[in-house]
Structures are given as C-alpha cells and as structure tokens.
Design a protein around this ligand. Structure first.
Ligand code: GAR
Length: 217
C-alpha cells in the first residue's frame, strides 16, 4: 500500500499541483489522498478538485492564537483519512512544538531559499539584500523551528544583477516544482535515513552537476 499523503495549503497551490501531477504517474510511491486548506479562498482548492483530489477547509482564523485547538481539528481529519505523510505547500501557519514533534520524520515543507539562509518571510528580498549569487529552494523535515529541520533536497538557481523579488521567485519556483515531488518520492520509497539531526539519501548527485555562478572557466 502506498502511503497516503495530505497536502496542506494556504494559497495558490502550485507546489501542490506539482505533487499531484507527479503522484498521478505510474510507479510513484505515494498517493495524494487529500488537500487541506486553512483559508477558504485558497486558489489551490479548485486545482485539487479539478484533479479529482478530495479537499477540506479548516479555517484557522477563528482559532486565533489557539494553535492547539486548530491542530486538534486538523489531526482528527488526518486520522479519519488514514494520512501517513504531510506535505506543506505554502501553508502559512505555524505549528505547536507538540504537533511538529508528533509528525517528525513524516511532515515535509518547502521553502524558497537555500536554507539555513533566509528563513521566514520575504526570502527573495533577503537574498537580494545579501547580494548572494546563487539562491534556490529547500525541501526539509518540519521541526518546531520555522523553516528549519533536516534538509532532504535543494535546488539552486543563479541570481541576476537586475533581479527583483518577483523575478527571482519565479526562477526559484520552477526548481521548487522539480524538487518537491522528488523529495516526496525519496521519503515514500524509504530512501531517506536520519544520521543524527541530518537527513541522508541513498541517491547521490553526480559531481559534474556542480553549479557555479558566475560560470568559472
Ligand atoms: C512557495 O514558494 C513556497 O516555497 C513558499 O510559499 C510559496 C507557496 O506557493 N513557502 C514558504 O515560504 C514557507 N516558509 P504555492 O502555493 O504556489 O506552492
């Protein structure tokens, strides 16, 4: 049996769509069982419905600062649907340490920077202000700290001198859509293992794929 995955979203859901598309392919080792949004107007809900994926809205706003109350409702939904893995796809709500610990090793997040650089809000603005020449995206296990946790996979893109946060975000997003399904595939196929606080993968990138920007001759 393939592990059943819940994707949690708050907005547009383009990473969600990439995961749904990848999981629809023959041989993908996980099944997207439900998309849950904490925002009723999230654009991703319609995309999921068009793909035939069950959708659920659990609005977090009425819970205010009562994170545990929101999470109890979320956990009940996850239990009812037999969910084994969670993918956060632009889910803009922090979890309690208890919830993060309960799902440790089974909950993934994607963040649009090369963590541990530029966690939190406005990662692309942070990258541009720091003047980095390479940025990218990171898929990692969720821990109680925001945008932290063992790194599973990263993808890099060049930063150009005339980039704005929007142009950089678009370049990084294309990489996000490639690495998130791959990271889920590795996890669901049992190809990841923990080494202390680090995540190791049974697959290795070829050394010739090293990315140096600007190009070094
Ligand atoms: C993505 O860029 C994702 O990496 C980011 O929100 C965007 C959601 O877009 N997540 C974070 O910043 C988490 N700290 P999407 O709804 O189109 O997938």
């Amino acid at each position: 049996m393939k592990p059943r995955v819940a994707i949690l979203i708050s907005g547009r859901g383009s990473n969600m769509a990439a995961l749904i598309e990848a999981a629809a392919e023959d041989g993908f080792p996980a099944e997207i069982a439900v998309v849950i949004s904490n925002v009723a107007t999230a654009g991703g809900l319609a995309i999921a419905e068009r793909s035939g994926i069950a959708t659920v809205v659990i609005e977090s706003k009425p819970f205010g600062k009562d994170r545990a109350g929101f999470e109890a409702k979320l956990q009940a939904e996850l239990d009812a649907r037999g969910i084994e893995l969670i993918c956060l796809g632009g889910f803009m709500r922090l979890f309690t340490a208890e919830f993060a610990q309960h799902w440790y090793g089974r909950m993934l997040n994607i963040h649009p920077s090369l963590l541990p650089s530029f966690p939190g809000l406005d990662p692309h603005g942070q990258a541009l202000r720091a003047g980095v020449k390479i940025s990218g995206a990171t898929v990692h296990f969720v821990t109680p700290d925001t945008d932290a946790g063992p790194i599973i996979m990263q993808g890099a893109v060049p930063v150009q001198d005339d980039d704005t946060p929007d142009t950089l975000a678009a370049r990084v997003l294309a990489v996000e859509h490639r690495i998130y399904p791959e990271a889920l595939r590795l996890l669901a196929a049992g190809l990841l293992r923990f080494d202390g606080d680090l995540c190791r993968s049974a697959t290795q990138s070829a050394p010739e794929r090293t990315l140096i920007v600007p190009a070094a001759h």
